[in-house]
Design a protein around this ligand. Structure first.
Ligand SMILES: *Cc1c(COP(=O)(O)O)cnc(C)c1O
Length: 352
């Protein structure tokens, strides 16, 4: 198959003239800035200086990130969480009421929400009971109006990696864009598909600073793709979508990649310990293998357990209503004491 971005984008997006910001006209940092109607004196807070607009294209962050990820700065888009590129991809590709996307439930909820918000039809091709891709069914469900296929690996809420060969086959046999969400890639020893990004012009890879990097509060997500796709994401975004404070903090975090890696290692160790302890309980019916920082666990009387845990101020995620997740709770791995507290309360629930 042959991919042409021009035939995937909504026609008016190809024509779209983006907002030209004051800071687009002069890139220097030193000067007399009388172009953006800012307050020249300072900010109404003592917690920092915020009176100047931030870099709309976050170049310093991207230069640092490009070196770490082995891509060019023009292959990176930064968004207000991964939610922003998810929404923008749907908005620039899908004609409301006409085009559709494919997703593979059970999976991350924002693909559906963004599609609904944009009045774009969602075709569901569920994963099988082992949470593996049904590759042929996905390919059969593609029609002339299918613009995007969302795949999530490791998958949320099941925690497993999707098979690389199946992902690649879908990318190569689809004329639209495959969005591969790698939010949990730091918790698996398996390689990101970022290493083959250059081979697939219709691949977008999403990663995030919200999980292993520990920066969820700042809301910064990454999209990696061809320079051409990134160009259109940049045209469609709000001019200053990543605020200056977030840019500074992310830049600092990127200088501490080792710390991120140590966090990921600790979380994986805690996860494996939690799995062992949970598996000793008779009322734990199944623990699904996880390559992420959470586990999906099938319990006896799961909904009752969930309600009990809430009363005990231990909050996990109820997935009991989700396809293939009957009687399952999704548990984020905490620090040692938190996991111990959880185990104690689960035991207390079943022993009364
Ligand atoms: C947590 C998560 C994200 C990250 O979202 P942000 O908006 O970057 O915080 C993305 N995708 C999946 C599947 C997730 O679980």
């Amino acid at each position: 198959m042959s991919f042409s971005l021009q035939s995937i984008l909504r026609p008016h997006i190809i024509q779209l003239k983006p907002y030209s910001s004051a800071r687009d006209e002069y890139k220097g940092e030193i000067g007399v800035f009388l172009d953006a109607n800012e307050n020249p004196f300072g900010s109404a807070t003592d917690l920092g200086q915020f009176n100047r607009y931030p870099d709309p294209l976050q170049l310093k962050v991207k230069e640092r990130l490009a070196a770490i990820k082995g891509v060019t700065t023009s292959q990176i888009f930064l968004g207000n969480g991964s939610d922003e590129p998810i929404d923008l991809l749907i908005r620039i590709c899908c004609e409301p009421g006409k085009d559709n996307i494919i997703q593979t439930p059970p999976t991350y909820g924002m693909y559906q929400v963004s599609a609904d918000l944009n009045h774009v039809l969602v075709k569901n091709v569920p994963l099988n009971e082992n949470f593996e891709l049904q590759k042929e069914e996905i390919l059969q469900n593609i029609d002339a109006n299918t613009k995007l296929i969302f795949l999530c690996s490791p998958n949320n809420p099941s925690g497993n990696l999707l098979h690389k060969e199946s992902i690649i086959e879908i990318i190569t046999r689809f004329n639209g864009i495959v969005v591969l969400d790698e939010a949990y890639i730091d918790f698996t020893p398996n390689e990101s598909l970022l290493s083959v990004l250059d081979s697939y012009p219709n691949l977008v890879i999403l990663q995030t600073f919200s999980k292993a990097w520990g920066m969820a509060n700042l809301r910064v997500g990454m999209a990696f793709a061809s320079e051409e796709i990134i160009h259109y994401l940049n045209k469609a975004k709000y001019p200053y979508n990543i605020n200056g404070l977030s840019q500074r903090m992310i830049l600092d975090a990127l200088d501490n990649e080792g710390r991120k890696n140590r966090y990921a290692t600790s979380i994986v160790r805690q996860r494996n310990e939690l799995v062992i302890k949970l598996s000793e309980l008779a009322q734990v019916l199944k623990i699904f293998p996880s390559d992420a920082n959470f586990i999906l666990v099938k319990f006896e009387r799961a909904k009752e357990l969930f309600d009990f845990l809430i009363l005990e101020k231990i909050i996990v995620r109820d997935r009991t209503k989700v396809i293939h997740c009957e009687d399952c709770l999704r548990i984020t791995v905490g620090v040692g004491e938190e996991n111990e507290a959880l185990l104690k309360k689960i035991q207390a629930f079943y022993n009364t």
